[in-house]
Ligand binder design. Structure first.
Ligand SMILES: Cc1cc2nc3c(=O)[nH]c(=O)nc-3n(C[C@H](O)[C@H](O)[C@H](O)COP(=O)(O)OP(=O)(O)OC[C@H]3O[C@@H](n4cnc5c(N)ncnc54)[C@H](O)[C@@H]3O)c2cc1C
Length: 629
C-alpha cells in the first residue's frame, strides 16, 4: 500500500483541527490534516456567530497565543456587538455574527497557503500505534498509510454520526456530509473509552418569507471592536446587518407538548446525551413549563444567502410539526423552511483519559481537541485544538508541553474542567465557571498570554514587544496618577460638583479620585492637565485596574494560594493502592483521574480535603521535595 511520512497528522479540519494544523505547520513541522470534505473546512453547522458570553474570552485568549479564529472572524463578520457592557468588565464579551460561507472559505485559504501544511480529503479509518503503544500514524479508508510522530484527533460531531428529524434518521454528519464510521472501532481497540453525545440545531428559513416588522431589530455596535489583537480597529469599521428578536408563545408550546411522543428525545430514540445549557425547544417547554415565552434570535447566515438561523429553537421534531410550530412565532407565520432542524448523535471521548496537555494518558503522542473531547461550541473547540496542536508539536520537537492553568485563562478553566471533572454532557463554557474571572477578562488576554504564545513560537517578536510596551505604558500611567495631586482649586471643586462628587478638603491624587464610584479615568480628564493621549486599549486597562484595584488584589492573593497547590506535582507512577488512610472512593477517583498536581487532585469530586492531607503526608515521606515541587 502507498505510504507517506509526515511529522504530525490532524484528523479533522473543523474549528479544532484548523487551529491544531496551523499551529503545527507554523512551528515548522510537516503536517497533514484530514477531513471528510474539504468543503467543510471550518464549517459552522450551527449558530452563525463567534464569541458571546465567556466564548469571546476564549477567542481572545486563542488569538493572544497565536491562533487563527480571531483573525478569521475579523475578516468575515457581518455584525459585531460587545455584550454585557452595562455590567462589570469581567463579563464584557464580544460576539460577532459571521458570514458562514466566507468564514469557511477564508479559513480554507489560510490553510491552503500555509507552508508545511497538506490538506487531504479522506476518511481516517484507523489509528496506528507502535509496539510501545505510541501513536505513529493513521490509515485512511483507501488503505493508504500516513506515518507520523504524533496524531491529533479533532473529529467533532462526525464519528458514527446520525441525524434525527422526527422519525427520519440519516447516517450522515452535519449538513448531510459524510459521517466517519470506521475510526471508532480502531480507537476502542486501542483502549480508548468512547461515549455517545448529541446536540441539535434549529431550522433555517428563507429570509424572504420572514416578516421582520413583527420582530425587534438588534443592531451591532457603532464602534466595532476587533477580536484579534493584531487587527487594526480602523480597518474593520463597516456597515452591519441586522438581527431580530421574537418569541415563542403558548400556541408554540401547545404544539410541542401535543407531539412530544414524536420527538426522538422524548420517544427515547436518541441515545446520546445533550447539552443542558443549549437545550432544544422541546426541552425548554418541558423543563421550563411555567415560562410563557422563549426568546428567539433571528440571525442572517451570510450576505450571499437568504437563509436565516432561528437561534433558541433547535429541535428534532418531525418536519410537519416543525412547520406548524415555527409558524406560530410572530414574523414566521408564512416562513418556508430551507433546512429542517435536527439533532445529531456522535461518538466522543470521556476527557478524563487526557492530561491537561490534551495528550492521552495511556497513548503517548496521541492528542485530542474539540467536540471530540466532550465540549460544545466553535470557540471551545478552537481553543482546545490550538493547545493540542501546540503540545503535539512540542512533543515532536522534544520541547516542554504547555498547560494553561485556571488562573491564566478561560482556556485553562475549560481544559481543567474537562480532564478533572465528571462531564456527563457536552461541556459549554460560561463565565460562572471561572473563579478568577475578574483577572481573566477578554480585554487583557494579550497581557496574560502573549508571552506564552511568543515562547511557544507562534507569536512574533514584534507582537510580543507590542504587549511589553503596552504593559509598561499602563504601569507608568497608573504610577503617574498615583503621584499627580490636585488641590482645592475652583476648577477642581467645580468639576467635582458637576460630577456629584464630594469636594476636597486638601490635596488628593488623581488615582484616589478615579477610585471614587462616580468618577473614572475618562471623566477626570478635564482636571488632569499633564495627561498624554494614550491608545484606547491602554486607557481601558488603566481605568479597570484602578476602579477594581481592591477586588483584583484579592483575586491575585487567591491565585497565589491556588498556584501553591498546582506546583505540588504528583509523580505519574504513584501507586494510590499503597497509601493507607485514603478513603475507597477517593482512591478509586485518584486512580481513574491520575491528577498531575495536588491542586488538580483537590478538584476531583469525591476527593476530600482530608484525602488531600493524607496524600500530601505520603508524598512528603515517600518523595524528596524536588520531585513533588
Ligand atoms: C447539528 C449541530 C448542532 C450544534 N449545535 C450547537 C450548539 O447549539 N451550541 C454549540 O455551542 N455548538 C453546537 N454545535 C457544535 C459545534 O458545531 C461544534 O462545537 C464545533 O463545530 C466543533 O468543532 P470541532 O472542530 O471539534 O469539530 P467539527 O467542526 O465537527 O469538525 C470535525 C472535523 O473532523 C473531520 N472528521 C471527523 N472524523 C474524521 C475522520 N475519521 N477522518 C477524516 N476527517 C474526519 C470532519 O470532516 C470535520 O472536518 C453543533 C453542531 C452540530 C453539527
Amino acid at each position: 500500500m502507498y505510504e507517506e511520512t509526515y511529522d504530525i497528522a490532524i484528523v479533522g479540519a473543523g474549528h479544532a483541527g484548523c487551529e491544531a494544523a496551523l499551529a503545527c505547520a507554523r512551528l515548522g513541522l510537516k503536517t497533514i490534516v484530514f477531513t471528510v470534505s474539504v468543503n467543510s473546512i471550518a464549517l459552522m453547522p450551527c449558530n452563525p456567530s463567534v464569541g458571546g458570553s465567556s466564548k469571546g474570552h476564549l477567542v481572545r485568549e486563542l488569538d493572544a497565543l497565536g491562533g487563527e479564529m480571531g483573525k478569521n472572524i475579523d475578516k468575515t463578520f457581518i455584525q459585531s456587538k460587545m455584550l454585557n457592557r452595562s455590567k462589570g468588565p469581567a463579563v464584557h464579551s464580544l460576539r460577532a455574527q459571521a458570514d458562514k460561507a466566507e468564514y469557511s472559505k477564508t479559513m480554507r485559504q489560510v490553510l491552503e497557503n500555509q507552508e508545511n501544511l497538506t490538506i487531504k480529503q479522506a476518511e481516517v479509518s484507523e489509528l496506528i500505534l507502535n509496539k510501545n503503544n505510541e501513536a505513529c500514524g493513521v490509515k485512511i479508508y483507501t488503505g493508504c498509510v500516513y506515518n507520523t510522530k504524533a496524531v491529533v484527533l479533532c473529529t467533532g460531531t462526525y464519528l458514527r454520526a446520525r441525524c434525527l428529524c422526527g422519525e427520519a434518521i440519516t447516517y450522515t454528519g452535519p449538513n448531510g456530509l459524510q459521517a466517519a464510521n470506521h475510526l471508532t472501532e480502531s480507537l476502542e481497540k486501542a483502549g480508548i473509552e468512547l461515549v455517545r453525545f448529541k446536540t441539535g440545531t434549529p431550522a433555517r428559513m428563507d429570509g424572504r418569507t420572514v416578516d421582520y416588522s413583527k420582530m425587534t431589530e438588534q443592531s451591532g455596535d457603532e464602534r466595532i471592536v476587533p477580536f484579534s489583537f493584531s487587527t487594526d480597529p480602523e480597518l474593520i469599521q463597516k456597515e452591519q446587518v441586522k438581527c431580530y428578536l421574537t418569541y415563542t408563545n403558548e400556541k408554540t408550546h401547545e404544539i410541542i407538548r401535543n407531539n412530544l411522543d414524536r420527538s426522538p428525545i422524548y420517544a427515547g430514540i436518541i441515545e446520546g446525551t445533550g447539552p443542558r445549557y443549549c437545550p432544544s425547544i422541546e426541552d425548554k417547554v418541558v423543563r421550563f413549563a411555567d415560562k410563557e415565552r422563549h426568546q428567539l434570535f433571528i440571525e442572517p447566515e451570510g450576505l450571499s444567502t437568504n437563509e436565516v438561523y432561528i437561534g433558541g429553537m433547535s429541535s428534532s421534531m418531525p418536519e410537519d410539526v416543525q412547520i406548524e410550530m415555527y409558524r406560530t412565532v410572530p414574523g414566521l407565520e408564512n416562513c418556508k423552511i430551507v433546512r429542517n432542524a435536527y439533532a445529531i448523535e456522535y461518538d466522543c471521548i470521556n476527557p478524563r483519559q487526557l492530561y491537561p496537555t490534551l495528550e492521552f494518558k495511556k497513548i503517548k503522542n496521541l492528542f485530542a481537541g474539540g467536540q471530540f473531547n466532550g465540549s460544545s461550541g466553535y470557540e471551545e473547540a478552537a481553543a482546545q485544538g490550538l493547545i493540542a496542536g501546540i503540545n503535539a508539536a512540542m512533543s515532536v520537537l522534544g520541547k516542554e508541553k504547555i498547560i494553561i492553568d485556571r488562573s491564566q485563562g478561560y482556556i485553562g478553566v475549560l481544559i481543567d474542567d474537562l480532564v478533572t471533572k465528571e462531564n456527563h454532557e457536552p461541556y459549554r463554557m460560561m463565565t460562572s465557571r471561572a473563579e478568577y474571572r475578574l483577572l481573566l477578562r477578554q480585554d487583557n488576554a494579550d497581557l496574560r498570554l502573549r508571552k506564552t504564545g511568543y515562547e511557544v513560537g507562534l507569536v512574533s517578536k514584534e507582537e510580543y514587544e507590542k504587549v511589553l510596551l503596552k504593559e509598561k505604558q499602563i504601569n507608568e500611567e497608573i504610577e503617574r496618577l498615583k503621584n499627580t495631586y490636585v488641590g482645592t482649586s475652583k476648577k477642581v471643586t467645580d468639576f467635582l460638583t458637576a460630577n456629584n462628587s464630594t469636594g476636597l478638603k486638601s490635596g488628593s491624587s488623581l488615582y484616589e479620585l478615579i477610585s471614587r464610584p462616580e468618577l473614572d479615568y475618562y471623566l477626570i480628564a478635564p482636571i488632569d492637565s499633564e495627561r498624554i493621549d494614550l491608545p484606547e486599549d491602554i486607557r481601558e486597562q488603566v481605568n479597570i485596574n484602578i476602579k477594581y484595584a481592591g477586588y483584583i488584589d484579592k483575586q491575585i492573593r487567591q491565585v497565589e494560594a491556588f498556584k501553591k497547590m498546582e506546583e505540588k506535582k504528583i509523580p505519574n507512577d504513584l501507586d494510590y493502592n499503597e497509601i493507607s488512610g485514603l478513603r475507597l472512593e477517593a482512591r478509586q477517583k485518584l486512580i481513574t483521574y491520575s491528577p498531575v498536581s495536588i491542586g488538580q487532585a483537590s478538584r476531583i469530586s469525591g476527593v476530600s480535603p482530608a484525602d488531600i492531607s493524607v496524600l500530601l503526608v505520603y508524598l512528603k515521606t515517600k518523595y524528596s521535595e524536588s520531585v513533588i515541587k
